[in-house]
Design a protein around this ligand. Structure first.
Ligand code: HEM
Length: 168
């Protein structure tokens, strides 16, 4: 079979050409360039198993957020990322702008710590800490409020990705 292929004058001349060092080097360079282009495109495709974690927006890398840093992720920034702090964890809720976007019913929580508001079942700013505020005191909550808060933590744990922790 191999002999037959080589006896074909076209294939024979191609194989002969490739055995020349310059032609072989050119082929190697071409293969490398194609491989590089292919690998770059699959690194930028989130569905690719080769997706490069380091290329994620900063917020998706697990880190700590103080209230001021958290407030940058209220969905109004160029990345449209929306984060919410609850009981020390930061959840990425970007997938639900209909809830947490500026027009959403829970937009007041976007880029905020919603712990106390959820415990108190309130959407008023009174329970939403601002930068510089002292950390809330969960021991002051009633059993009912603690239970409600636990329920919300389970809800968010099940539905959203934790991308960091809140520091006061
Ligand atoms: C009259 C009062 C309220 C009504 C009728 C109401 C209604 C709803 C409904 C129907 C959903 C489910 C939406 C869905 O999954 O499609 C929802 C989700 C939610 N509600 Fe309310 N709600 C009320 C008050 C509140 C208050 C006071 C808070 C906060 C303290 C709150 C926080 C939330 C949160 C965090 C979600 C989850 C959204 C998500 O899936 O991420 N709600 N609400």
């Amino acid at each position: 079979m191999y002999q037959q292929l080589l006896s074909n004058p076209k294939i024979n001349s191609l194989v002969g050409d490739l055995s020349k060092p310059l032609n072989f080097s050119l082929l190697a360079v071409a293969v490398t360039i194609i491989a590089l282009i292919y690998s770059k495109s699959s690194f930028s495709d989130p569905n690719s198993p080769m997706f490069d974690e380091a290329a994620h927006p900063d917020s998706l890398v697990v880190s700590t957020y103080n209230l001021s840093q958290l407030s940058e992720f209220d969905g109004s920034g160029p990345t449209k990322i929306i984060l919410i702090g609850i009981c020390g964890k930061v959840y990425d809720v970007t997938s639900k702008p209909q809830f947490y976007g500026p027009q959403g019913p829970y937009g007041v929580f976007a880029g905020r710590d919603a712990t106390m508001a959820l415990a108190k079942n309130s959407l008023t700013s009174e329970f939403i800490p601002k930068s510089g505020d002292k950390i809330y005191d969960l021991s002051q909550l009633s059993d009912k409020e603690k239970e409600a808060l636990d329920g919300w933590v389970s809800f968010f744990d099940n539905k959203y990705e934790v991308v960091g922790s809140v520091v006061f």
